[in-house]
Ligand binder design. Structure first.
Ligand code: AMP
Ligand code: MG
Length: 416
C-alpha cells in the first residue's frame, strides 16, 4: 500500500458506532393480527386485555361430591355421614343444578358447581357410592372449589406489549378464548454465499474447494431470531452473476445477508458489485474477527449486510450486527445480547484498539460462572466455533488477561 493510499484509508469505526448506524436505518415491520401458532416466539405489539375471567364459572377442583359443608361437619371414618346422591354433574354439563338439603351431587373435576353447595368432598374421603354415599371426612366451606375470576379478571391487563409469546403465554391466550394477537410480520431474510471455491455439503469436493458452511450457519442463526430464512446456493465471484442472483431474490427479501467478497483480495465480488450503490458502505470496523463490513440498502431500500467470508467472522458479525437489526424489525428488546460476567480459566490475549470476540465454553461451576477459551484466534476455525457456547468480549483497551480475570461473555444459546 502506498503512503497516499494509507492516508486516504478511513480510520476503522468502533463496533458500537457501526451498530448504532445500522440500527438508525432499520424500520420495524408493521404489526398485524396473526393466529396464535403463527405468533409464537414473537413479542406482542400491543397490550392484551382479558376478555373474560378465569375460571369462567365456579367449578370443582376434584372428582367427588358437592355438599353443604354443615351437613358433613361431623363425618369421620368411624361415624360416616350417609346421604343420597341426587344426580351426576360432568365437565361440560350445561344444565343449571341445585343441591337440595339432605342430599349430595356427584361432581367431576371442572364441572360447574351447583347452586346451594359450598364444598366438595373428594371421592377419596367417601365409599364412592353412586346412589348413596358414605362420607368419612368433613369439608371446610369453600373446599375444593375453583372460584370464578380467582385466576384472571376480565378487563385486567393479561399480557403487556413486548411480552414474547412462548408456550405459557400462548396457553394463557387460548385459555381466555383469544385466537389471534398483534405481532410484527416475520422478517424474510435471504442468505447468500459467494465464492468460486464453495461446494454444497454432500457433493464431491474438487481440489482447492471447500464446503459452504456460512449459508447453513446463517440460515440457522436467522431462524433462531424468529425470522424466516431463504438460503441461496453460493454464487461465483462474477459481479454480474452475483447481481443477477441478488436481483432475483429481492422480491422476497426484507433483509439480505451476503458473505465473502468484502476484503482486500483481487476478486472481492460483493464489494465490486455493490460499491457503486449509493446507499451501500464498505468499511473497516475495529473488531476481531469481522473487520471488513458492508452495510446499506439495495433495490427499494432493502437492508443488506455484506459480511466477511470466514465462518467465525460471519457468525460473530451476525450476532453483533444482524441479530440486533432483526430484533428491531420485530420489536424485540433488548436488541443486543446482554453481557454476563465469568471467570477466565486460561489466559487470553488481544490486539489493542480492537474489540475481540473469542470463542468460549461457559459453565457455572462450584466457584461460579467460568469460561474456557476454545479454538484459537483464527476466524476459519469451525471446530472451535462448534465447541463454543459463548463469546468472550475483550474491550478495545485490553491487551491480554490472565486466568482468574473476570470477563464479559455473551451466552449464545440463551434467550434474551
Ligand atoms: P473471502 O473474503 O470471500 O475471500 O472469504 C474469506 C475466507 O472465507 C476464504 O477463505 C473463503 O474461502 C472463506 N469463505 C467464504 N465464504 C465461505 C462460506 N460460505 N463457507 C465457508 N467458508 C467461506
Ligand atoms: Mg470469496
Amino acid at each position: 500500500m502506498s503512503a497516499r493510499d494509507a492516508a486516504s484509508e478511513p480510520l476503522p469505526v468502533s463496533a458500537d458506532a457501526h451498530l448504532q448506524e445500522i440500527l438508525a436505518g432499520i424500520t420495524p415491520l408493521a404489526p398485524d393480527v396473526r393466529p396464535l401458532l403463527e405468533a409464537t416466539g414473537m413479542p406482542l405489539a400491543a397490550d392484551v386485555v382479558a376478555p373474560r375471567s378465569l375460571p369462567v364459572f365456579d367449578n370443582s377442583a376434584m372428582d367427588g361430591y358437592a355438599v353443604r359443608a354443615d351437613e358433613v361437619a361431623a363425618a369421620t371414618v368411624d361415624a360416616p355421614v350417609e346421604l343420597p346422591v341426587a344426580d351426576d354433574i360432568l365437565a361440560g354439563d350445561p344444565r343449571p343444578h341445585t343441591l337440595r338439603p339432605g342430599s349430595v351431587l356427584r361432581i367431576m373435576t371442572g364441572a360447574p358447581m351447583p347452586a346451594g353447595a359450598d364444598a366438595v368432598v373428594p371421592v377419596e374421603a367417601t365409599d364412592a357410592g353412586a346412589r348413596r354415599v358414605r362420607i368419612t371426612a368433613p369439608a371446610a366451606p369453600g373446599a375444593h372449589i375453583r372460584r370464578v375470576g380467582e385466576d384472571v379478571t376480565a378487563g385486567d391487563l393479561l399480557l403487556p406489549a413486548g411480552e414474547v409469546l412462548g408456550p405459557r403465554q400462548i396457553g394463557l391466550l387460548a385459555g381466555v378464548g383469544i385466537e389471534g394477537v398483534q405481532v410484527a410480520a416475520r422478517p424474510r431474510v435471504v442468505v447468500m454465499s459467494t465464492g468460486a471455491e464453495l461446494v454444497e455439503p454432500g457433493r464431491p469436493l474438487p481440489a482447492g474447494s471447500i464446503f459452504d458452511s456460512n449459508s447453513y450457519l446463517l440460515t440457522t442463526a436467522v431462524r433462531a431470531t424468529g425470522a424466516v430464512a431463504y438460503r441461496v446456493r453460493a454464487t461465483s465471484d462474477e459481479p454480474r452473476q452475483f447481481l443477477e442472483a441478488l436481483d432475483d431474490q429481492l422480491v422476497r427479501a426484507d433483509l439480505v445477508i451476503t458473505t465473502g467478497g468484502v476484503s482486500k483480495g483481487t476478486r472481492d465480488v460483493v464489494k465490486a458489485a455493490l460499491s457503486g450503490e449509493p446507499r451501500m458502505r464498505f468499511r473497516e470496523v475495529a473488531m476481531q474477527p469481522g473487520k471488513p463490513q458492508g452495510f446499506g440498502f439495495v433495490g427499494d431500500g432493502t437492508p443488506l449486510f455484506a459480511l466477511p467470508g470466514n465462518p467465525v467472522s460471519a457468525y460473530v458479525s451476525f450476532e453483533v450486527f444482524v441479530a440486533p437489526a432483526l430484533r428491531k424489525m420485530i420489536g424485540r428488546e433488548p436488541y443486543s445480547r446482554p453481557l454476563f460476567r465469568a471467570t477466565l480459566d486460561a489466559p487470553v490475549r488481544s490486539i489493542p484498539g480492537r474489540r475481540q470476540f473469542l470463542r468460549g465454553r461457559f459453565a457455572t461451576g462450584p466457584s461460579g460462572p467460568a469460561v474456557t477459551p476454545v479454538g484459537g484466534h483464527g476466524s476459519h476455525l469451525l471446530g472451535g466455533l462448534g465447541a463454543a457456547n459463548a463469546l468472550i468480549v475483550l474491550g478495545e483497551d485490553v491487551e491480554g488477561l490472565d486466568a482468574g480475570a473476570a470477563v464479559p461473555v455473551m451466552l449464545l444459546d440463551r434467550e434474551y
